[in-house]
Design a protein. Sequence first.
Length: 182
Amino acid sequence: MELWHKQNLDQLIGRIVDQFLYLYKKCTENNDEIYGMTIHCNSFCITSYLAVASHSQLKEEYDELKWQLDEWVITVDDGVYADDFLDQFNKDIRDYFGEIMLPKLQNGADEKEETEKNIQFYIVGMKKAKESLVNILGLEIENIVFILSVDEHPDVALRSALEINSYSDSLQEFVEYKNQNS
């Protein structure tokens, strides 16, 4: 992991935990249960948003959409001070891109290698955030599948799910879905 990533890992973990707790509370207040959480990033992993999927979102006729990450739409509401969540982190990682990553790419660094560093950064952050959330909320969080989704990198969703999550029926269901639909 690059120095910037090491210096900012705790910030990423904190932002994920805070935003997940906000969405978890919002869902539980509505007697709903979350089954998945995704952070969706652009192709360089420098812009992201966090969304969760819940059981009430699904209607029987839409069950085939359960693991389509772009259908997961529960996120922070407009009007909430979003800088407390990933929005502020997005500003910081865009600065990293402009000040560190872009000059490296302009000097011949491998784009795939540099992007993979950001992917690994998010995977490590999400894994540590999930561990923290299990400590805060309890073992039922283990059943929620955390997934990183990256534009132009379709392999990352399955790879990240397997790296971040412990075995659960939900993880197995996602793995089967990805294997059937890739």
